[in-house]
Design a protein around this ligand. Structure first.
Ligand code: FAD
Length: 416
């Protein structure tokens, strides 16, 4: 019986261990925490957004979309949903986002753990892997008290995002020790920081907006949704979605700015018509009063200050230039981004083990036969919406299933 070792008891490692065991291997999973699935418990605000109906390749970022395309063709959304139904997780869908029906991430962890136990996966908990190496065709995994030995090894030790859940970046070091290159990991799905003095004043506001990110004049990415203003900068789903592009540009030494459009439901012409009508209708009001019912007071004050228009000025007396300034600050409110929050606040990392060094059909290392890589450890980061977990299920399944199969040269040797 083929012996498979799995490092990491997160989403990808659990999926890999179950898949390898189902394919006939004897599996040992090593996890440094006292429990498996600690990060999974925090996903989706404790509800676990485990997949998404929309499987557009643009939702998976990283150096190689082709790598993800090939992997998803081997185990995609439907296979993942079928897998979860098979282990007892009924799913519910909200706007394309899949969750367990009970809305509890703990149910997903419990179901995965129960299935791993049912498949006789040996769970070695409180077991931190310190070193790995391959000798005479076999893998050796050193922990403080023991050296484990196997025919195949799956590295699913995660990234360095949310390190309190166990993903402390040691997976990258283990991969490097086996000769792999790691594209510098940076925080992604994370808040953006700014030194602009507006932020302490806008703290606590939530507004619908389109966030467009630029590095100098170069457009990086945009997204629309509810933006949250914090003491130090910007948060909320649309900010998370674009953050990885900001992180990369800042890391490369570029200047990054976020441009907020607070009227994202209007195009340029409609915006002009909208303001003309509003000014005509409210010509008797002060400009401060004209913004009542459109923007929260704190934001209205801030916009007028930026536009250089005194709040008490009659709306009907605005000059053409002032009207233009008003339109501009409402649709192109620019703030300089100074940094991203750190790994401790990031949901995932962009960067990781270079996907050129793995086979997307099997997740086997192209450098070390018998070594498999899965999950966030690889240079694949998904958008918010279940894509990171889908990646964990996909890569975990492929790594597990293929690691359990006898390599062609070995099976030939046996039949000789
Ligand atoms: C707050 C939060 C919310 C999120 N919500 C969602 C969501 O709703 N939907 C979604 O798709 N994604 C979400 N994500 C992202 C998603 O959780 C991760 O992408 C995914 O869990 C990664 O799985 P993984 O198995 O690759 O890594 P991990 O889950 O990090 O697992 C790696 C495991 O390896 C162990 N390990 C590391 N090094 C060693 C070592 N040397 N020895 C032994 N064990 C080791 C760690 O302890 C850890 O348990 C969220 C992330 C966070 C932080």
């Amino acid at each position: 019986m083929r012996q498979v070792l799995v490092i990491g008891g997160g989403a990808a490692g659990l999926m890999a261990a179950i898949s390898a065991a189902r394919a006939g291997a004897k599996v040992t999973l090593l996890e440094q925490n006292k429990q498996v699935g600690k990060k999974l418990l925090a996903t989706g605000n404790g509800r676990c957004n485990l997949a998404n109906r929309v499987q557009d390749l643009s939702c998976y970022r990283g150096s190689s979309p082709e790598f993800v395309r090939t992997a998803l063709a081997g185990f995609g959304l439907l296979e993942a949903l079928e897998f979860f139904h098979g282990i007892g997780i009924v799913t519910r869908e909200r706007n394309g986002y899949f969750y367990p029906y009970c809305d509890q991430a703990s149910a997903v962890v419990d179901a995965l753990r129960m299935e791993a136990e049912h498949q006789r996966v040996k769970l070695a908990l409180n077991t931190k892997v310190q070193e790995i190496f391959k000798e005479k065709g076999r893998f050796f995994v050193k922990t403080q008290g023991w050296t484990y030995e196997g025919d195949a090894l799956i590295l699913a030790a995660g990234s360095c995002a949310a390190p309190e859940t166990g993903s402390d970046g040691s997976g990258y070091e283990l991969a490097k020790a086996m000769g792999h290159s790691v594209i510098e990991p940076l925080p992604a799905l994370v808040q953006l920081r700014s030194k602009d003095p507006v932020f302490p004043k806008l703290r606590g506001l939530r507004m619908e907006a389109r966030v467009s990110l630029f590095s100098g004049k170069r457009f990086l990415a945009e997204d629309r949704g509810e933006v949250q203003f914090t003491e130090y900068g910007l948060s909320g789903i649309p900010v998370f979605q674009v953050s990885r592009y900001g992180a990369k540009a800042l890391h490369a030494g570029g200047e990054v700015s976020a441009v907020l459009n607070f009227l994202p439901f209007l195009n340029r012409e409609e915006t002009a018509v909208f303001w003309d009508a509003r000014i005509r209708q409210g010509a008797y009001k002060s400009i401060g009063q004209l913004l009542v019912g459109l923007f929260p007071k704190k934001m209205a004050d801030c916009l007028l200050k930026r536009a250089g228009i005194p709040g008490g000025k009659a709306a009907g007396e605005l000059t053409d230039k002032e009207q233009e300034m008003l339109r501009l600050v409402c649709t192109s409110f620019e703030v300089r981004i100074s940094a991203c929050n750190g790994f401790d606040r990031a949901q995932v990392c962009c960067g990781g083990v270079d996907t050129k060094e793995a086979d997307p059909r099997t997740m086997e290392s192209r450098l070390v036969p018998g070594l498999y890589l899965a999950g966030e450890l690889l240079d694949v980061d998904g958008a918010c919406g279940g894509y990171n977990l889908q990646w964990a299920w996909t890569s975990g399944y492929l790594a597990g299933t293929h690691s359990a199969a006898q390599p062609a040269d070995e099976s030939r040797a046996v039949t000789k």
